[in-house]
Design a protein. Structure first.
Lengths: 155, 782
């Protein structure tokens, strides 16, 4: 795929988009259409007013320079720690504070109620903590036995 | 404590109590800065440098959890990036800006100058308030450093824990008091004493009756002892039965049974009476408190959840008090008394009898615990099954329209299958439970038998004593099962109590004034002075100043999300302003009694809500003592009279649930009549005509014209054409006033309003076409 637009990062760390007709947009952000289901397919470049400027069908189709730029911007915006282990929970009644190990280091999260554990397409779970951060469990059956046992009490 | 409880293990050790004993350093640091950080910062500071604000960073550039710190002092901005040891500094100079924004739970602080970005820090949103303070202090210190003037200190009262600005008349920080991360503790149940206190004498009587009743039930086994030793054994040994003695013992047994019956009845009756009253008090108090809470509280809660708390949670506590707690108390009393009796008869046999007791109790507890998690799971699975139903039945038209009955049936079958699986698993343990308890009991009895026979053979005890022991012991082995239940029942009741006290502990964010001012007559002049409002951590409106003269009609215009509805909520005092003030006839509305103030306001909403009842009752909702003539006059003025007369029962027709089906326009006109009847000085129209088609809108508009006359009116309308009557239009964008003026002035200016109007003019054209199309289609059908 050849792109008819240019994308670069300016001194303020913002992405600048230059369209085919020479129109320039500053502060462009890439947005995944299916952040959980198909993260690498369907990414829109959106201007600060929320209008779509370009559509990327597949991330891998992009030229390397462009792809790294989009990927780095995505990496700095996306925050969905993936829980690898549940170390301990403060109580089985909510609100409960969990100590977890994620792919982004160990963290603590406060679960306000069981309804904050959302079942995605099985076996994935999405846990929203009291600050609105989403913790993902990609496969709850792939966790170790101790974590599964703790988690099971809330499901 | 939310701002400091960053998701880092080491941040959790900072107790607020420990901060107090560092008076020497107190001047240099904000009080909310944890001790663990102070030593680290101390090395970085110059001699006369004070830290004014701080933010604990908990994410690094790659958004991994790591720990860092950003500080604002009176000289510079200091920072240690997350996961690194080196400190960086930026002394104040012209052109520096510090900005914060957030996306998907992650906050970003950016330090820029005219040429580019100097630094960027990320944090989880728990630190957002601290970040706001940091940005605020930075701007103030920077301005101070540039102008050479001493930076002005913040005048607002701040919460000592999280530093949220406190609102006028608020002592407790609404954020901190709401954020209860602690799990429910059993001690919460003790707080129920507040509700039990009025009934303490009856409770005492109930307790004494319990004591007596339990004692009475322990008499019969005791009497088996002489019955055996003095009557039956001698008879077997060839002595005739002593009729007098038998009559005495048997009447003793009967008497004890009768006494236990009477006492048990009195006890259960009194305690059930009391617990029912405690439950009722709890429910009423909670509901009354709930009604006083601000709109903000209801915004964050689901209706079903609140209903469940007031309804079923109070009931659960009630059953706990009247049934489980009572049973448990009786059981404990019985065990204590039995132990005393057994020891007094024969200490050795008593010891052997009671020895297996703790073991059996422990075993029962273990099995029960296993079962409990299983049952909880069954509950949740059951909820899943009902969810499928709740999803499908209201949406049945969609299901049928897309011919997806088979899929929905499959979904239900899958949920049901899941339910079966979990139930099968639980039943495996459950079916084992009762036989196991019986087995354990039998084993306990076996031990007593064995030791008893041995003692009888050595003539240490009589056969009667052994019989008495066996009678006693089989009684309370049976009770062990119900006793083991107390743990889980107590936990559940404690969780319920916590959920109720959560409501009761919530302080209204719209407090009643301590020294209320009463306005005898209201003119209707409204002034907004530098009004700002923050919802949670996000700032919704900023620095809005408008003067509205009595009788003037002002239209609020802007995109959705521009703060129009927030303005209305602030003027109605559903929320209180975070900054600035709103004045009615020159008096701050926060110093007027809430109910008295709202009496002056008539509100017509986009979705009129009609309560279950007659049309007349609904019109008279704000003034229940209105005469029929007044109701009819209001309905006439609202152009509702005629359609009401067309209904089969006129003004007595039932509306609301299962009542007369009214169209949107009709319901709206009833709600306009409702507002007219209370004859308010201030009228607020929140998108009153946007949910109806253009023809109905014209009808409603006629009704509104009557309503608006002579009242201060604030109208929000999506369709700008409905605001043609307005004296002035206030154009809002992103929470600030951008333009003020009448339609012609604003059109001339060709600014925000002009673009809005142009965009709508195009839409209205297509809408009219659609309306015509609709009308034509309807004509055909007829």
């Amino acid at each position: 795929m050849t792109s008819d637009y240019r994308l670069e990062r300016n001194a303020f760390g913002r992405l600048v988009f230059t369209g085919a007709h020479g129109d320039v947009h500053e502060g462009v952000v890439p947005v995944r259409a299916f952040p959980i289901g198909a993260p690498d397919e369907g990414i829109a470049l959106v201007n600060p007013h929320g209008h779509e400027l370009a559509w990327i069908e597949r991330l891998n189709d992009l030229p390397d320079a462009l792809r790294t730029l989009v990927e780095s911007e995505l990496a700095s915006r996306e925050f969905m720690p993936e829980i690898r282990r549940v170390l301990s929970v403060s109580s089985f009644a909510t609100p409960s504070t969990w100590r977890v190990e994620t792919d982004r280091g160990s963290a603590a999260l406060v679960l306000k109620g069981e309804e904050d554990i959302r079942r995605l397409a099985p076996p994935a779970l999405l846990i929203t903590d009291s600050n609105g951060i989403h913790f993902l469990i990609r496969d709850r059956f792939a966790l170790d036995a101790a974590s599964r046992k703790l988690l099971d009490r809330f499901l | 404590m939310k701002t400091t409880s960053a998701p880092l293990p080491n941040a959790q050790n900072d107790s607020p109590a420990a901060r107090a004993d560092l008076p020497a350093l107190a001047g240099r640091f904000p009080s909310s800065l944890p001790d663990g950080r102070r030593a680290e910062i101390e090395t970085q500071l110059a001699a006369d440098e004070n830290v004014l604000a701080h933010l604990e960073i908990d994410l690094d550039a790659g958004l991994r959890f790591a720990d860092g710190l950003v500080l604002v002092s009176n000289r510079r901005l200091l920072a240690r990036a997350a996961g690194q040891d080196a400190w960086q500094e930026w002394p104040y100079r012209a052109g520096l800006t510090l900005q914060r924004n957030d996306h998907a739970g992650v906050g970003t602080l950016e330090l820029c100058d005219a040429d580019g970005r100097l630094a960027q820090w990320r944090y989880t949103l728990g630190g957002d308030i601290a970040a706001g303070r940091l940005v605020d202090q930075f701007a103030r210190q920077l301005a101070g450093a540039l102008t050479g003037k001493e930076a002005a200190a913040s005048e607002q009262a701040l919460c000592p824990v999280c530093e949220t600005p406190l609102m006028a008349g608020q002592d407790e920080c609404p954020k901190c008091s709401r954020e209860v991360d602690a799990p429910p503790s059993t001690w919460t149940l003790l707080r129920l004493w507040r509700f039990a206190h009025p009934y303490r004498w009856r409770l005492l009587a109930g307790f004494l009756l319990t004591l007596c009743a339990t004692a009475a039930t322990l008499v019969p086994p005791y009497l088996t002892m002489p019955l055996m030793d003095n009557v039956l054994i001698p008879y077997q040994n060839g002595k005739p039965i002593d009729r007098g003695l038998v009559t005495l013992y048997l009447s003793g047994l009967l008497g004890a049974a009768l006494l236990a019956w009477v006492l048990g009845w009195a006890r259960t009756y009194i305690l059930a009476l009391v617990s029912e009253r405690i439950g009722a008090d709890l429910r009423t108090t909670t509901y009354e408190h709930l009604l006083k809470l601000s709109q903000e509280y209801f915004g964050g809660k689901r209706t079903g959840d609140l209903m469940a708390r007031i309804g079923s949670e109070t009931d659960r506590i009630n059953i706990f008090l009247s049934l489980h707690l009572l049973d448990f108390a009786t059981d404990v009393l019985m065990i204590c008394m039995t132990t005393a009796i057994l020891v007094s008869i024969n200490p050795w046999l008593a010891l052997v009898t009671l020895l297996p007791l703790p073991i059996i109790a422990w075993l029962i507890h273990v099995v029960r615990d296993k079962l409990r998690t299983g049952f909880e799971k069954v509950d949740r699975i059951w909820a899943e099954v009902t969810n499928v139903l709740a999803d499908t039945i209201p949406g049945i038209r969609v299901v049928k329209a897309f011919a997806q009955e088979k899929r929905e049936a499959a979904r239900f079958r899958a949920a049901n299958l899941h339910n079966l699986e979990v139930n099968d698993k639980v039943n495996k343990v459950w079916s084992l439970f009762t036989p196991t308890v019986t087995l354990l009991t039998e084993i306990g009895l076996l031990i007593v038998w064995a030791f008893g026979i041995w003692q009888v053979s050595r003539d240490q005890i009589t056969v009667g004593v052994l019989t008495a022991f066996l009678a006693y012991i089989s009684r309370f082995y049976l009770r062990l099962d119900s006793m083991s239940r107390i743990v889980s029942v107590t936990q559940k009741a404690a969780a319920g109590a916590k959920r109720i006290f959560d409501i009761l502990d919530h302080v209204s964010s719209v407090p009643e004034p301590a020294n209320p001012v009463h306005l005898p007559r209201v003119e209707g002049r409204i002034e907004l002075r530098n009004v700002g409002f923050r919802y949670g951590t996000r700032s919704v409106t900023r620095d809005i100043s408008i003067d509205i003269a009595p009788g003037e009609m002002v239209g609020l215009v802007g995109h959705s999300g521009s703060g129009k509805s927030t303005m209305v909520n602030l003027i109605c005092r559903f929320y209180d302003v975070t900054e600035g003030a709103i004045l009615l006839d020159g008096v701050d509305i926060r110093s007027l009694p809430v109910a008295e103030y709202r009496k002056h306001i008539g509100l017509v909403l986009q979705e009129p809500f009609l309560f279950f009842g007659t049309i007349a009752e609904n019109i008279a909702y704000g003034k229940p003592d209105a005469t029929r003539a007044e109701i009819i006059a209001a309905a006439r003025a609202a152009h509702a009279h005629e359609f009401i007369l067309r209904l089969p029962h006129g003004y007595d027709s039932l509306v609301g649930e299962r009542g007369q089906a009214l169209s949107g326009g009709e319901r709206q006109r009833i709600s306009i009549a409702r507002a007219l009847l209370i004859d308010p000085k201030i009228l607020i129209l929140d998108e009153a005509t946007s949910s109806v088609d253009t023809t109905t809108e014209k009808e409603i508009q006629k009704a509104l014209d009557n309503l608006v006359r002579g009242r201060t009116t604030i109208a929000i309308a999506h369709r700008l054409s409905t605001l043609r009557e307005a004296n002035r239009l206030v154009v809002l964008d992103r929470g600030s006033v951008v333009e003020v003026g009448n339609h012609e002035q604003l059109m001339e200016r060709e600014g925000h309003y002009y673009t809005l109007y142009q965009a709508q003019a195009r839409n209205v054209d297509t809408e009219d076409q659609l309306a015509r199309h609709d009308a034509a289609a309807q004509g055909e059908r007829k």
